[in-house]
Design a protein around this ligand. Structure first.
Ligand SMILES: Nc1ncnc2c1ncn2[C@@H]1O[C@H](COP(=O)(O)OP(=O)(O)O)[C@@H](O)[C@H]1O
Ligand SMILES: [Mg+2]
Length: 241
């Protein structure tokens, strides 16, 4: 008996739909490119503001105004550095060692007394922090370096200022150490109401929830200690070199 002709009665088709996954991936890529672009624009705008203030400063006859504008330019550029790094990489944390290196270079270029032989160095491991903490650190490092350069060597021909980073696991320590002339005799951190140290104290206490101290030894050591901030459960992480 001839076998009946095979007849197709149906087919089972399994389709694994990847379009949704792909769409989400694409969306994420677009979003992170947009965030990088925004960081880039913020950095550019901050640099424009800094150069407008620098031009204004050059035109001023008053030493006080020139200094105030010079200090403001430094502060704005130190914030711009953080945006620059975030514009170059797709990450939620940045290395404050790289940020510090950039601020050290800016400070070196901005030294107002070129006849002084002031050496600036940076040491310590890479430490990765989220944007807010990194920006705060950038402002603090700039302020402390500026103070060491401006006030440490008025009566000395020069010396060495070092920025030292330390990673204690859950804590970060930033020290700006100079071998200059030391603090004025009547100095008291509690009573200091000048803008620079006010900014540092406010940022350390309110933003970083940390501690700030000025120690005298062979010059001044400005030391900031603060707990690492956790970032949506991921936590800031660090890597030793
Ligand atoms: N590294 C340092 N070496 C010597 N003196 C310092 C140092 N850092 C701060 N000071 C003293 O602390 C004062 C206050 O600093 P700050 O608040 O930044 O104000 P400013 O720098 O505008 O004078 C300085 O005028 C200076 O006398
Ligand atoms: Mg100052």
């Amino acid at each position: 008996m001839p076998l009946p002709k095979p007849r197709l009665v149906g087919a089972l088709l399994t389709v694994h739909d990847e379009t949704e996954v792909r769409r989400k991936e694409r969306e994420l890529k677009v979003k992170s490119a947009m965030i990088q672009e925004i960081h880039h624009r913020v950095k550019n705008n901050l640099q424009v503001i800094a150069s407008l203030l620098r031009m204004q400063g050059r035109r001023s006859e008053s030493e006080e105004v020139r200094r105030a504008l010079h200090d403001s330019v430094g502060r704005i550029l130190s914030v711009a550095v953080v945006h620059e790094f975030f514009s170059q990489q797709e990450a939620r944390v940045i290395n404050i060692k790289d940020v510090s290196q950039r601020i050290v270079s800016h400070t070196r270029q901005g030294i107002l007394q070129p006849d002084k032989r002031i050496r600036l160095t940076l040491s310590g491991p890479s430490i990765y922090l989220p944007a807010q903490q990194a920006t705060t650190c950038a402002l603090i490092i700039n302020e402390l370096l500026q103070n060491a350069v401006e006030h440490g060597y008025e009566r000395k021909p020069g010396g060495t200022i070092s920025v030292n980073l330390r990673d204690d696991g859950d804590k970060v320590v930033i020290a700006v150490v100079d071998d200059g002339q030391g603090l004025p005799d009547d100095f008291s951190l509690e009573q200091a109401d000048s803008l620079g140290l006010q900014i540092v104290q406010t940022l350390v206490q309110d933003d970083l929830k940390g501690r700030f101290e000025l120690r005298e030894g062979d010059g001044v050591s400005a030391i900031v200690t603060f707990p690492k901030q956790t970032l949506g459960g991921e936590g800031a992480w660090s890597e030793r070199e």
